[in-house]
Ligand binder design. Sequence first.
Ligand code: AP5
Ligand code: MG
Length: 175
Amino acid sequence: MRLIILGATGAGKGTQARFISRILKLKHIEMGGLLRKEARKNKLIKKFMAQGKLIPDNITIRILNKEIKNKKSFVLDGFPRTLVQAKALRFKPDLVLFLNVGKDDIVKRLLLRKRFDDTKKNIEERYHLYLKKTLPVINYYKKKNVLVTINGNPSIKNVSKSIKKVLMKFSKFDN
Ligand code: AP5
Ligand code: MG
């Protein structure tokens, strides 16, 4: 099963992707994590991330393709984030989950987390890029009828419950 989880910065993609990975025994592929690893040896990537900017599509597509090569099942977190990335995907997702969370909650969560790129200014930039670049991806999958929107505002546990319900309805979930 190939599952994609999308949402704004701080929407809970990583948290819920780990939950899905555990209950469906799927590999969790986290684009931000792959890029943080890459940033240790690539100054350009580090600079983009530190400014809350998106890494150029050609770089992210190359890293992603290398990572998913020969993998048939995974939960992909944080990719695609642009229409160019969505159209470059070499597979058709079985399901795309969109975690919908209000901006105020996002800012609160991220200021509590304190990752190196969680400054107020950076969070604003990431949120702005989400509206500009990632919302079109969400609409793209909506039109393809593979998107399910999850209310991501409640507690972690309750969001996981909503996700589990969707997965149970989904025919390939046989637990
Ligand atoms: P990435 O690491 O993906 O960062 P992000 O999109 O900003 O999202 P986060 O990882 O911050 O949030 P999340 O949605 O995973 O939420 P989480 O579960 O951690 O990307 C980092 C950077 O890499 C980008 O800025 C960009 O530069 C680059 N990049 C990545 N992908 C790219 C791409 N495809 N193309 C180009 N560039 C790319 O939760 C956040 C916090 O909230 C945690 O503390 C968590 O405990 C808490 N929390 C989660 N759920 C809840 C809840 N329901 N209630 C209360 N708290 C909650
Ligand atoms: Mg994340």
